[in-house]
Design a protein around this ligand. Structure first.
Ligand code: CA
Length: 144
């Protein structure tokens, strides 16, 4: 079992994978800091883990994005924002972006991440970002 101790853990999150299963085990009630470096691409649009659109997008591009935005896996967050879930359960989804500090996890389980995209539009994604997860509260001893 890969429960986080005092140390940070690192995972590579690929833009083209609908589910990036990490081996990072999060524990209910503990608090974590997330930080991300790198950029990734949705077709020809490059962005950070904070997602897009950037302000310089052309009108036709904005119109296409607006049509598809209700189909985003997490509708309330930006395109290509880095999202984390526990054990691939979408009801646990939370925004990581480039940085998220003091995230208290409600469920124990494995961290899975993805770029927020339409489920059938992962084929034109490329690149990867590097995620570092640091536990900021002491880990409880596992109950036998
Ligand atoms: Ca895409």
């Amino acid at each position: 079992m890969n429960t986080l101790s005092q140390n940070s853990r690192v995972a590579i999150i690929q833009a083209g994978l609908e589910w990036n299963k990490t081996d990072i085990e999060l524990e209910a009630g503990c608090t974590y800091d997330f930080s991300v470096v790198g950029t990734w691409m949705d077709a020809s649009i490059e962005c950070s883990a904070d997602g897009y659109p950037p302000p310089e997008l052309k009108l036709w591009q904005k119109m296409i994005l607006a049509c598809f935005s209700p189909l985003r896996r997490v509708r309330s967050e930006k395109w290509f924002a880095l999202i984390g879930v526990i054990d691939q359960d979408m009801s646990t989804a939370f925004l990581i972006g480039q940085e998220a500090k003091g995230i208290k996890v409600a469920h124990s389980g494995k961290l899975t991440c993805f770029a927020n995209d339409v489920p059938f539009k992962y084929g034109n994604n490329s690149g990867a970002v590097t995620l570092t997860v640091t536990v900021t509260t002491p880990t409880q001893q596992a109950i036998p």
